[in-house]
Write a protein that binds this ligand. Structure first.
Ligand SMILES: NC(=O)c1ccc[n+]([C@@H]2O[C@H](COP(=O)([O-])OP(=O)(O)OC[C@H]3O[C@@H](n4cnc5c(N)ncnc54)[C@H](OP(=O)(O)O)[C@@H]3O)[C@@H](O)[C@H]2O)c1
Length: 348
C-alpha cells in the first residue's frame, strides 16, 4: 500500500511519527512513497518517516517544489492513497484544493484534514462531483472537529436527525474564560492571537465563521445535504449586547451572567425539518449545570437529537477539537478505514 503525504507541519509530522500504525489487512505493509511540504519533496519506494521529518526540519530535500507540480509528483510516485495536510485557505483554497483535485483527477483516493474545499457550496460540490465521477473515495472527516469522530458516527445511527448543536471553537472558549477571569475583550483577543490560538484575522473565530465551516462538514456527513459556509447565518444577541458571535463581550457581562448561574458560549446550531436544513452560529447563555458550560480550552462538544420511530434519541460527544496529535489520530483512523475498504475491493 503506497501512501503520499502533502503537508509536513504539525499534523503531517504527527502522522509520520505514528506511520508504523497504518494498518494493511492480510499482512501487507504501508510504504511512504512521497512526502512534500511547500518547499521541497521526498520520493522513494519506502521512505523512512522519521528521516523525512528530521530532514524536513533541516530543510534538506530530495528536490525543490516547482509551481503547481502536485499532479506531476503524484504521477511519479503512484500512491494508492494520498493524504493532504497542507494549510487551509478559505479565500483562495490553495494549496489544499488544487492538490486534492489533482489526486482525484488521477483516481487516487484522498484523506484530508484541510478545510479549503468547504469554502463555498460551489467549490465543495465540485470536489464531491469529481470524486464521484472518478469513482474514488474522498475522506475529509478530519476537517471537521479534529480529534472527535462525530461525522463517522453516522455509520452507527439510523434515527431521524432533527437537530445538531455544539460548542465548536476553542479560541472563543479561551477568550470567554479570560473574560471570566477579568481580562478585557481586546486584551484576551490579542493574547489569543499572540499565542497562536486565534487566526490573525480574529473575526474568523470570534464572529463564528470557523464554526460555520464546521457546520458545513457536520451537515453534509450527518444529513447528506450540501450547504456552503456562506449559507450559515452568523448571529449576535442584542439583549446581551453582542453584535456578532462573541464580539463585544465584556468581563462585566460574563460576571453578571455568572451571578445568574449562567455561562456564555458560542454555539453552532442546525435544525433539520422535512429535508430542509437551517444552520446558524451565535452566542447563548446556558445554565452552569449544562454539559456545554463545562466545555473549555480546545475541547469541543456536539449534541445530536432525533427520533427512531417513537423513541426520542440524544447523543452527546465531547473531545479534542484541535491539536496536532489529536487531528493526526483522526487522519490515521480514516486512513486505516479506507485501506481496509480498498483491500476488500482488491480482493473482490
Ligand atoms: N492543527 C490542528 O489542530 C488542525 C485541526 C483540524 C484541521 N487542521 C487542518 O489540517 C491542515 C494541517 O494543519 P497543521 O496544523 O499541520 O498546519 P501547519 O503546521 O501550518 O502545516 C502545514 C504544512 O503544509 C506545508 N505546505 C504549505 N504549502 C504547501 C504546498 N503547496 N504543498 C505541500 N505542503 C505545503 C507547510 O510547509 P512549510 O513547513 O514549508 O511551511 C507545512 O509543512 C490544515 O489545513 C488545518 O486547517 C488542523
Amino acid at each position: 500500500m503506497r501512501i503520499s503525504v502533502f503537508g509536513l507541519g504539525h499534523v503531517g509530522r504527527a502522522l509520520l511519527a505514528s506511520f508504523q500504525r497504518v494498518r494493511v489487512p492480510g499482512g501487507g505493509r504501508a510504504r511512504l512513497v512521497l512526502a512534500a511540504d511547500g518547499r521541497g519533496a521526498y520520493l522513494g519506494e519506502d521512505l523512512d518517516p522519521a528521516r523525512v521529518t528530521a530532514r524536513k526540519l533541516e530543510r534538506d530535500y530530495d528536490r525543490p517544489r516547482a509551481d503547481r507540480d502536485a499532479a506531476a509528483l503524484l504521477a511519479e510516485a503512484r500512491p494508492d492513497v494520498h493524504v493532504e495536510l497542507t494549510p487551509t485557505d478559505l479565500e483562495t483554497g490553495a494549496p489544499a484544493l488544487g492538490d486534492v483535485r489533482a489526486a482525484l483527477e488521477a483516481r487516487i483516493p484522498v484523506v484530508t484534514a484541510a478545510k479549503s474545499h468547504q469554502r463555498s457550496r460551489e467549490v465543495l460540490s465540485g470536489v464531491l462531483e469529481l470524486a464521484k465521477e472518478r469513482g474514488v473515495p474522498f475522506l475529509d472527516h478530519a476537517s471537521t472537529l479534529a480529534g472527535i469522530p462525530a461525522t463517522e458516527m453516522v455509520a452507527g445511527i439510523g434515527f431521524e436527525l432533527r437537530s445538531v448543536e455544539g460548542v465548536l471553537n476553542g479560541t472563543t472558549n479561551y477568550i470567554l474564560k479570560r473574560l471570566a477571569e477579568g481580562a478585557a475583550f481586546d486584551q484576551a483577543r490579542d493574547e489569543a492571537v499572540e499565542k497562536g490560538f486565534a487566526e490573525r484575522n480574529w473575526r474568523y473565530d470570534l464572529e463564528g465563521m470557523d464554526v460555520a465551516v464546521k457546520l458545513v462538514g457536520l451537515v453534509r456527513h450527518l444529513t447528506g445535504v450540501v450547504i456552503g459556509a456562506e449559507e450559515v447565518e452568523l448571529r449576535g444577541d442584542a439583549e446581551l449586547g453582542l453584535e456578532r458571535g462573541i464580539v463585544g463581550a465584556s468581563p462585566e457581562l460574563i460576571a453578571r451572567l455568572a451571578e445568574e448561574g449562567q455561562v456564555l458560549k458560542l454555539f453552532g446550531q442546525v435544525e433539520i425539518a422535512g429535508g430542509a436544513v437551517r444552520a446558524a452560529v451565535g452566542p447563548r447563555a446556558v445554565p452552569a449545570s449544562d454539559p456545554f458550560a463545562a466545555v473549555e480550552g480546545f475541547h469541543n462538544a456536539v449534541r445530536l437529537e432525533g427520533v427512531m420511530n417513537d423513541s426520542p434519541m440524544e447523543l452527546f460527544l465531547r473531545g479534542p477539537g484541535a491539536g496536532a496529535d489529536e487531528t493526526a489520530s483522526r487522519v490515521l483512523g480514516n486512513l486505516n478505514h479506507l485501506i481496509e475498504v480498498l483491500s476488500w475491493r482488491h480482493e473482490a
